[in-house]
Design a protein around this ligand. Structure first.
Ligand code: HEM
Length: 145
């Protein structure tokens, strides 16, 4: 009876990320490609860059031949527990929070700018009226004395 394939967790696989020890995660399976690094037609660099993550997309982006898929089986060592693979950074950082804070600040700025604008308008009317008032007052009292 064939034994069940080994089930790895992401952190364990991610440790194998260098030239002397290189594991890849492709389509839910784990491959130890260390002996294949030097022979990989695409070079060892791309394989090393594909460690510490789900490399399925990287592998599929390069349309590997059927030969390549067959070659892979030589390096298969087990499966990955998919729930342990970190999700790609698809969450919004608290930028939205600071964005809204920025919007609030902008709104506050606008309203304070609006209120200081209307104060200037009021003063523009009041000051000439005050000057005219003072002029009339002086004229009236000046004549009287
Ligand atoms: C167990 C994993 C892998 C195996 C067995 C494998 C095998 C192969 C083979 C046999 C070829 C020759 C062309 C072909 O037959 O398709 C090839 C080419 C290539 N592979 Fe992989 N590969 C693996 C993973 C990857 C990964 C993760 C990448 C990441 C991007 C990658 C990138 C490439 C590139 C760039 C080429 C060269 C294509 C060209 O210049 O024609 N391979 N691979």
């Amino acid at each position: 009876m064939a034994s069940d394939p080994k089930l790895f967790v992401f952190d364990e696989v991610a440790k194998h990320n260098h030239q002397a020890d290189c594991w890849l995660i492709i389509s839910g399976k784990v491959y130890d490609v260390t002996p294949f690094l030097e022979d990989h037609p695409g070079g060892d660099e791309v394989l090393l860059l594909a460690t510490e993550k789900d490399a399925t997309e990287d592998f599929e982006t390069v349309s590997h031949s059927l030969d390549a898929t067959e070659e892979m089986e030589k390096y298969y060592i087990g499966n990955i527990d998919m729930s342990t693979i970190p999700k790609p950074a698809d969450h919004r950082p608290p930028a939205s929070k600071s964005e809204s804070a920025a919007t609030e600040a902008a709104t506050e700025k606008t309203s304070s700018a609006q209120s200081s604008g209307s104060l200037i308008k009021v003063l523009q009317v009041l000051i000439p009226l005050l000057i005219i008032g003072v002029a009339f007052y002086l004229q009236y009292y000046g004549k009287k004395q």
